[in-house]
Ligand binder design. Structure first.
Ligand SMILES: CC(C)(COP(=O)(O)OP(=O)(O)OC[C@H]1O[C@@H](n2cnc3c(N)ncnc32)[C@H](O)[C@@H]1OP(=O)(O)O)[C@@H](O)C(=O)NCCC(=O)NCCS
Length: 164
């Protein structure tokens, strides 16, 4: 996997740093496990076995964003027939609103299109306004409510994006 289209994040002391998108490897797991609990509620945060499971199932669609050699975000997607499902995405708080998730999404979108995927879908907590705004900005539209979706009984907003 090569660098994505050049995107740069601001840096206080240096030239803007490029966001590098590459495949996840198991050596990245400790850093991803730092980002995860800082990004999700305890009931939603993935554990080490869940990350390993998705890595086994979808190694080509489990990607990380590196800035200056440090992982600051990750994204995990699965594909089934013509549909892509975004399983999870998170960015370190210190690097949010700088295009990191968009760079991960751009890479994933290109992979989806190259694989003939026609629709992408995801679920997000209805209370996650920042997440919903991110998905709307990426072209996703609400397609339904899934009651009792999360382990604590909370509902999910289902969102979809057509790639055709
Ligand atoms: C959602 C998340 C992945 C976005 O990551 P990010 O790197 O900050 O996103 P980007 O910088 O690429 O944002 C692109 C655009 O999406 C929108 N957006 C992103 N986060 C937003 C927020 N919190 N509030 C409102 N709009 C937001 C904005 O339009 C933004 O463009 P702008 O900064 O120029 O206004 C990040 O906030 C995160 O890790 N949240 C916790 C985990 C989570 O909720 N994951 C999604 C669950 S489905």
């Amino acid at each position: 996997m090569s660098h994505n289209t050049p995107r740069r994040v601001a840096c206080m002391t240096d030239e803007p740093q490029e966001i590098r998108i590459r495949h996840f490897s198991l050596a990245d797991l400790p850093r991803v496990l730092e980002i995860e609990p800082a990004s999700f509620r305890v009931v939603d945060a993935w554990s080490r076995p869940i990350f390993r499971k998705w890595y086994r199932q979808c190694p080509d669609l489990f990607i990380v964003a590196e800035i200056s050699g440090t992982i600051e975000g990750y994204m995990c997607t699965s594909m089934e027939q013509k549909t892509g499902e975004i399983e999870s995405i998170a960015v370190d708080r210190a690097f949010r609103r700088q295009g990191v998730a968009s760079a991960l999404m751009d890479y994933t979108l290109r992979e989806m299109q190259a694989s003939g995927i026609t629709t992408m879908g995801l679920q997000v907590r209805t209370t996650n306004t920042g997440g919903i705004r991110f998905w709307q900005n990426a072209g996703f539209v609400p397609s339904g409510i899934l009651p009792n979706f999360y382990d604590d009984g909370a509902e999910a907003l289902q969102m979809k994006k057509s790639l055709t």
